[in-house]
Design a binder for this molecule. Structure first.
Ligand code: NAD
Length: 335
C-alpha cells in the first residue's frame, strides 16, 4: 500500500508516520513536506533509513513537483500539511488561504486525475466555531469558523466535500480536537508552557485562562486516522476526541505541579482576538461505526508528555534556536 502523507515533518504527521511504520510492514510512505518553520525532519530521524519511507521536499501548491508522485500510483493520500497556528493566521491570513485552501485543492485535483483510492483530509474541530457552556460538536454542527486559520480549514473541508459530490472522489474528513504529545512545535500551549516553566520564565495565559479545549493524545488521533483510512465510509466526516475538557489554566497548573514549579510563574496577557471560548467533541460516530477507542486517558497522557519533553529538552531548545534547520539544510538544500 503506497500512501502519500503531506506535512509528515510536523507534529501530528510525524507521529502518524511513526505509528503507521510501527503497525504495518506492507505500507510504504512518501512524506511530502515543504519544511516550513513547523517542519522538522529530526522528528523522523529513526525512520529516515527505512525502506518503507521516502521524503520529498515540496510545497503542496506546487502541482508540477507533486505530479510525478501521483503518476506512479497511490493507494491513498493522508493530508496533514497546513499552516496550523491560529495566532499566526491573525497576522498572515493570506498564507493560510494559500496553503490550506489552494494546497488542498491542488492535491484533490491530482487525486482525481490519478484515481487515488482514498483521500483522508485531516481537519479540526475549530471549523465548528465556539460552544457555550453546554453541548458538543457533532458532524452535523454547522461550520462557523471564527479565525482565519479555522476559516481556511473550513474552506478546504468544503472543497474535499465538493470533490466527492461532484467527481465521486473517495474522501473522508476527520475533525479532531486539540492534540498533545511528543514533537509539538513550542508555539502551541502545552510545549510552550512546558519549555518556559522548565526555564523558570513567566507563562503567558490568554485572558482569564478559562477557555476550554478538549484534549487528545496524538497517538490516539493517529489510530483514528488509520481506521478512517481503512474503513471510513466514502464521503463521510468523522469527529475525533477523547472527552477531556480542560481550561487552559487547568492545563498550565498541571504542568507546573508536575515540574514542581510555582504558580507565581502564571502571567495573564491580553486575550487572543476572536478567541473561541469552548470546544468539545462528540466522537460517537467513529466509536460506534468504526470501533475506535482512545488508549490514553488525559492524566497519564499529559504526564507521559511532560516526561518526554523533559527527556528531550534539547529538541525543544534546538527548535527554539532554529538549530534544527541546519540539519536538513545540509541534507536537502536551504529554503
Ligand atoms: P504542524 O504545524 O506541526 O505541521 C504542519 C506541517 O505541514 C509542517 O511539517 C510544515 O512544514 C508542513 N507544511 C506547511 N505548509 C506546507 C506547504 N505549503 N506544503 C507542504 N508542507 C507544508 O501542524 P500539526 O499540528 O501537526 O497539524 C497537522 C494537521 O492536523 C493540520 O492540518 C491541522 O489543521 C490538523 N489538526 C491539528 C490539531 C492540533 O491540535 N495540532 C488538531 C486537529 C487538527
Amino acid at each position: 500500500m503506497r500512501v502519500l502523507v503531506t506535512g509528515g515533518a510536523g507534529f501530528i504527521g510525524s507521529n502518524y508516520i511513526h505509528y503507521m511504520l510501527g503497525q504495518y510492514d506492507d505500507v510504504s510512505i512518501i512524506n511530502v513536506d515543504a519544511l516550513t518553520y513547523a517542519g522538522n525532519l529530526r522528528n523522523l530521524k529513526d525512520v529516515d533509513q527505512s525502506k518503507q519511507y521516502q521524503f520529498v521536499r515540496a510545497d503542496i501548491t506546487d502541482r508540477s513537483a507533486l505530479e510525478p508522485l501521483f503518476a506512479e500510483g497511490l493507494a491513498a493520500v493522508v493530508h496533514f500539511a497546513a499552516e496550523s497556528h491560529v495566532d499566526r493566521s491573525i497576522t498572515q491570513p493570506d498564507l493560510f488561504v494559500r496553503t490550506n485552501v489552494l494546497g488542498t485543492q491542488t492535491l484533490l485535483e491530482l487525486a482525481r486525475q490519478y484515481n487515488v483510492g482514498k483521500f483522508v483530509h485531516v481537519s479540526t474541530d475549530e471549523v465548528y466555531g465556539t460552544l457555550g457552556e453546554d453541548g458538543l460538536f457533532t458532524e452535523t454542527t454547522p461550520l462557523a469558523p471564527n479565525s482565519p486559520y479555522s476559516a481556511s480549514k473550513a474552506g478546504s473541508d468544503l472543497l474535499v466535500r465538493a470533490y466527492h459530490e461532484t467527481y465521486g472522489l473517495p474522501v473522508n474528513i476527520t475533525r479532531c480536537s486539540n492534540n498533545y504529545g511528543p514533537y509539538q512545535f513550542p508555539e502551541k500551549l502545552i510545549p510552550l508552557m512546558l519549555q518556559r516553566a522548565m526555564d523558570d520564565q513567566p507563562l503567558p495565559v490568554y485572558g482569564d485562562g478559562l477557555n476550554i479545549r478538549d484534549w487528545l493524545y496524538v497517538e490516539d488521533h493517529c489510530s483514528a486516522i488509520d481506521l478512517v483510512l481503512r474503513k471510513g465510509k466514502k464521503g463521510e466526516v468523522y469527529n475525533i476526541g477523547g472527552r477531556n475538557e480542560r481550561t487552559n489554566l487547568q492545563v498550565v497548573r498541571t504542568i507546573l505541579a508536575e515540574l514542581g514549579k510555582p504558580e507565581s510563574l502564571i502571567t495573564y496577557v491580553e486575550d487572543r482576538l476572536g478567541h473561541d471560548r469552548r470546544y468539545a467533541i462528540d466522537a460517537d460516530r467513529i466509536r460506534n461505526e468504526l470501533g475506535w477507542t482512545p488508549k490514553h486517558d488525559y492524566e497519564s497522557g499529559i504526564r507521559e508528555t511532560i516526561r518526554w519533553y523533559q527527556a528531550n529538552k534539547q529538541w525543544l531548545d534546538d527548535v527554539r534556536s532554529g538549530a534544527y534547520r541546519a540539519y536538513y539544510d545540509t541534507r536537502y538544500g536551504g529554503s
